[in-house]
Write a protein that binds this ligand. Structure first.
Ligand code: FES
Length: 319
């Protein structure tokens, strides 16, 4: 676990409701009653737990509202993050947080048709994106998958806002999304946004790639690691100090850079949250995160140093 980050803000919980029997919805306001900053659909905040854990939650309310809303799934395998929020955080409690930050932005400006896919708690970043698509008058559909209606957070709200553009796939009722059929029949130029568990995203990716559609994903879980491109040790020059360090195969750039005095914000240490984003000055990167799109990887101008490595003998990083 990386060291805790400094909090950007303290907020208070003004409302807490059980969205389902496993999802708790919190509405957050500033301590002095001033409006919290507006945000873009797809943004998330880092919540800093008293234990030192830092967890990311997508903002899922109205981006222009004075308060922020998050929905937290109580994970069966919680290491104290979701369990603490769902069982210990009451109305009136103060929460320390950082952000918002956005690695899953939605750009409705092109006017292209959009297909949204959400499974389970993956609906949280998709909900404000779909609302933005509706407000922009786009041609869009939302495919929302879950096991049972009563366990699908925000379902009533989405049905109300999107009507027939919302398609609920409830496996307990025998309904499952046919990704190949939906994506295979999408019109050319359709852009796809998806969030959900790893296997679900793999299936959406395969179907979107098969249909030749542009795809944007938000992973809550790290993608499975593959063998590194550069198997041995490599050097990293820390451009801000001019120090060059050696990164052995069994250690991350983040660990070695911190050990050598670089200050790097970090949180998940598994390439999913984006906190450790670092500009690349020189060198070829073996991207191993779950955040960047293929186009962003090809640009090679940033990397996530908690997991990504060099694909060459030496990198120069803005650290
Ligand atoms: S610390 Fe989360 S992506 Fe690196």
């Amino acid at each position: 676990m990386s060291r805790p980050r400094a909090a950007d803000a303290e907020v208070t919980v003004v409302s807490r409701i059980a969205a389902t029997d496993t999802v708790t919805m919190l509405e957050l306001a500033s301590l002095d009653g001033a409006a919290l900053p507006a945000w873009e659909p797809g943004a998330h905040i880092d919540v800093l737990m008293p234990s030192g854990l830092v967890r990311q939650y997508s903002l899922c309310g109205d981006p222009t509202a004075a308060t922020w809303r998050i929905a937290v799934l109580r994970e069966e395998t919680s290491r104290g993050g979701s369990e603490w929020i769902c069982s210990s955080v009451e109305e009136g409690a103060a929460l320390r947080l950082a952000g918002p930050r956005n690695h899953f932005s939605f750009a409705p400006t092109t006017g292209a048709p959009v297909l949204f896919f959400a499974a389970g708690i993956g609906v949280t970043p998709i909900a404000p994106m779909a609302a933005a698509a509706a407000a922009a008058g786009l041609d869009y559909r939302v495919h929302y998958s879950g096991r049972a209606r009563e366990r699908m957070a925000l379902l009533d709200e989405l049905e109300c806002l999107h009507g027939e553009r919302l398609v609920a796939h409830v496996s307990g009722e025998g309904s499952r999304v046919d990704l190949a059929a939906v994506l295979g029949s999408a019109s050319a130029g359709t852009v796809v946004y998806a969030c959900g568990p790893g296997e679900y995203l793999e299936a959406v990716s395969a179907a979107a790639e098969g249909a030749g559609l542009e795809l944007h994903l938000e992973h809550f879980e790290a993608v499975e690691a593959v063998a590194p491109v550069w198997e041995g040790a490599f050097e990293v020059e820390l451009a801000l100090t001019g120090v060059t360090v050696e990164v052995p195969p069994e250690r991350s750039i983040l660990e070695v850079a911190e050990e050598n005095g670089a200050f790097v914000l970090s949180s998940c240490t598994e390439g999913t949250c984006g906190t450790c984003e670092t500009p690349v000055v020189e060198g070829e990167v073996d991207h191993r995160d779950s955040i960047l799109t293929p186009q962003e990887r090809a640009r090679g101008d940033v990397m996530y140093v908690c997991v990504s490595r060099a694909a060459c003998p030496k990198l120069v990083l803005e650290l």
